[in-house]
Each structure stands twice: as structure tokens, then as C-alpha cells.
Write a protein that binds this ligand. Sequence first.
Ligand SMILES: [Zn+2]
Length: 207
Amino acid sequence: MFKFIRNKIKLTRVCPFHDKNLETPPNQILLDSVPYIMSKKPKAMQKLILLSCVLILLSCSGKGQSKTTKKNKMTDTTKVIARTEEQWKKILTPEQYHVLREKGTDLPFTGKYYLNKEKGMYTCAACGNELFTSDMKFDSECGWPSFDKEISGGKIKKVTDYSHGMVRTEILCAKCGSHLGHLFEDGPTLTRMRYCVNSTSVDFKKK
Ligand SMILES: [Zn+2]
């Protein structure tokens, strides 16, 4: 459709310089070409201008809608889940509640996903937020499931943790605020990142 309109515009602009029926010399047409065309073919030009305006409006409308849809999707993925601790206690097992809501830690080398090498997706055990893929997991030999990067989109929140006489970076689910583990910058892969995560904090969806 746009190609067709472009062709139409091109033809109309070229027309005065090649139209054998024109009485006005080309140098005068150059200066007055637009009014000339308007006077000669007012209906055709009006239709063309009207059609162009409609197409521009539709194009703008389409872009706006696309941005709105994208914004809505972004909002959905980062939508905060607000629950009281009493509500979390009803939803989670006591073990999950302790790790996720009270910042507990799995004993090393005991978590069910520590040695998991299956392909799939790791999600927040409290709210289902997608956090890591199996491709991001590596064997850190530290005793907890470890990942060298997170799924993009601000799904994980980082805060400074001063507990136990240390300064560490705590990682939390950005959607529900649940504790996941800690982030260290001593990873063996190119990212140098080690997301050290409790197995209790995540669920695994096999591909
Ligand atoms: Zn969550």
C-alpha cells in the first residue's frame, strides 16, 4: 500500500515536467508546480492528501498501540505480589516459608536441584516468576545450585546484606520479595557472576 502511494506521489511530482499538454515552461512549473497540480487535479489531490493523512494516522495509532502492549507486558512480568506473612504461611510449606520469607539457607549439598542437570526453567517457588534457565546453571561445587546469569527483565532484585558479620549481595524475587540466595562475583564463567540459590527457593519446570 505504501509503495503504491509513493508511486502515486512520484508520478504526480514528475508529471508537470513531462506533460506535453502543459503550456507553462518547465522553469515556471518548478516554482508553481504544487498550486498548478492542485488547480488541475483538485479532486485527485484532495483524495491523495486525505488518504495520506489517514495512513499516517493509522501508522501512528499502530505504533502507539504497539508501545502500549509492550508496556502492559512489561508491567505484567514485574507486577509485585503483595501478601501478608500469614497468607504466605498458608501457601508455603514450613521449610519454604523459612527460606523464602525468613531468609533461611538450605544445608549445603542437600538441595534437590544442586546436581540437577535436566533442561528446563527455574522459577520462584513462592510466585512462579521465571528466574533462570538450565543453560545458565553451572557446577560450582559450592553446595548450592549456581547460575552465571539471570533471565533479563529485572526479575531479580539485589540488596546489600550485612547479616552474619559479612557484606554480601542478597538476591530476592522482584515479583514477590522472597529470598533466593546471594550473588557473588567469583564465578568461573565469562560473566564472573555466581547466583548461589537455595533449592527450596525455586521450582523446576522440565522442558
Ligand atoms: Zn517470587
